[in-house]
Design a protein around this ligand. Structure first.
Ligand SMILES: *Cc1c(COP(=O)(O)O)cnc(C)c1O
Length: 467
């Protein structure tokens, strides 16, 4: 299996090379040259597999350049340490089933794919005899998932910028309690946008980027997208165990269109998913797109800070991979769409609107702060179950699309403990932290404070980068 660019200007690459690339060399995103497919017989055979075994099968379709035994070792290393079941399912009221994706170290779904990414990136670097210095900016959640997945790796180090004094105590503890030498927490005197601008400046200096082996592990990373495909196969296999259902629908709390893109890939591969329901919060640029066919990214000022912060996006970095399929894999039309966006501030796919649901099965909805509070409260009262605000966005929108005879799954993308204030606001309950979390909250913290200054960051990286 080779990987090509959505914009058509990159020589095809095998998986291990594509996943170290980030953006394709022509500025597009890497996609499989042909989507692999899975037939019904194979799917039934996969029922008996454990999560790591299933991950080996699914990822094996994408990573054909990795020998099967190496892949099996990596999925085992990534998923065996999860405390309970890797991806547990449970029912709540109204016939909905939650798919728990938050069993990892930072209590949010990004851990799951990042754990595999940590394994496979180190493997790819070893094969190339190379190293990677990950440079990123975080407002809290993505950075901690990356650090926990990459801590202690030999060929990778992490430089993670965060806005000084602007993260929650929980987020600070999750990142700063890490004491591995290859993890560098950098608190910048500024806001998140300042951190992101510093990253852009350094990553835009191609000479510096090359000499310092800088890279990223953001939501467009191919290893993350492909590792997330496994959730959908696992959830389908578990949910159909008992009921004998063949088709079901899945709702995904969405931000950068990463998780739901993986669901879309699973559906394209032949997994019987009836509908993929995209749930947005008030920053509903994607709900607008799937309802009207017009994609209009927003400015930073138009982007609200909500109580489901991991879905606060102004544009959706993975949408280009969906658009590539929408335009029947014609790179010229992808390039044309982004030219329209540059010239007029939006892209118009209204001519294709009917296909969004009929052909691709994607529908969408929006949930607000009031909806989140009401949904958390409703689920608590009816099911005695506490869900986090992002999952609540999913549950709220899922209920609008329930069809009789079709089971509806909702991906649980974080644990409520991470968002204790909103839980208190919704149901008046103070959540207890587990002993492990309390230890983490009290552990000594490791962080370097830097001014919002490119030269200072450059010097720090030059001093500490692997080479
Ligand atoms: C990242 C994240 C999302 C959004 O996922 P995308 O892949 O960006 O669409 C939703 N919920 C939580 C808790 C997250 O951390």
């Amino acid at each position: 299996m080779q990987y090509i660019s959505t914009r058509g200007g990159m020589q095809p690459l095998p998986y291990c090379d594509a996943l170290l690339e980030g953006l394709a060399t022509d500025g597009g995103l890497t996609v499989p040259e042909v989507m692999p497919t899975v037939d019904g017989e194979t799917l039934e055979r996969w029922r008996a597999l454990t999560y790591p075994q299933l991950a080996t099968e699914v990822l094996g379709l994408f990573a054909t350049d990795i020998p099967r035994e190496d892949l099996a070792r990596m999925t085992e290393a990534a998923y065996a340490p999860f405390p309970d079941s890797v991806v547990p399912l449970r029912e709540i009221d109204g016939g909905l089933t939650l798919v728990g994706l938050s069993e990892g170290p930072t209590l949010a779904f990004k851990d799951m794919a990042m754990q595999f990414l940590g394994q496979v990136v180190e493997y790819a670097l070893e094969r190339k005899g190379s190293v990677l210095n990950v440079l990123g900016a975080t407002s809290g959640d993505t950075g901690s998932a990356a650090e926990h997945a990459l801590r202690g790796k030999e060929r990778i180090s992490v430089f993670m910028l965060s806005p000084q004094g602007r993260m929650s105590a929980f987020q600070r503890a999750q990142m700063f309690s890490i004491d591995d030498e290859n993890v560098h927490n950098i608190a910048v005197a500024g806001v998140f946008d300042d951190c992101q601008n510093l990253v852009k400046q350094l990553a835009g200096d191609l000479d510096f980027k090359r000499t310092q082996h800088l890279g990223a592990v953001n939501s467009i990373n191919l290893a993350r997208i492909t590792a997330q495909v496994v959730y959908y196969f696992w959830a389908w296999l578990r949910a159909t165990d008992a009921g004998g259902w063949t088709e079901l629908s899945i709702t995904v709390p969405s931000g950068n269109f990463g998780n739901i893109l993986s669901g879309f890939y699973a559906k394209q591969m032949g997994l019987p998913i009836r509908r993929l329901v995209l749930a947005a919060n008030e920053n509903n640029v994607l709900d607008e797109f799937f309802r009207t066919g017009v994609y209009r990214p927003r400015s930073a000022e138009q982007t609200l800070a909500t109580s489901s912060p991991s879905m606060d996006i102004s544009k959706a970095s993975n949408l280009e991979r969906f658009i590539f399929e929408l335009v029947d894999r014609d790179p010229a039309r992808v390039v044309g769409a982004w030219r329209d966006l540059d010239e007029q501030g939006f892209v118009d796919f209204t001519a294709d609107l009917a296909r969004f649901e009929d052909e691709f099965g994607i529908v969408s909805g929006t949930s607000t702060h009031a909806d989140r509070l009401a949904t958390i409260k409703g689920v608590y009262e009816a099911s005695d179950d506490i869900i986090d605000p992002h999952t609540a966005d999913g549950v709220k929108v899922a209920r609008e699309y329930v069809e009789s005879g079709v089971p509806m799954l909702v991906l649980e993308t974080a644990k409520p403990e991470k968002f204790a204030e909103t839980i208190r606001e919704a149901i008046g309950v103070d959540l207890d932290y587990s002993p492990e979390l309390r230890t983490m909250l009290e552990a000594p913290q490791h962080v370097t404070e830097l001014p919002d200054d490119e030269a200072a960051l450059r010097a720090f990286i030059e001093q500490h980068a692997l080479r």
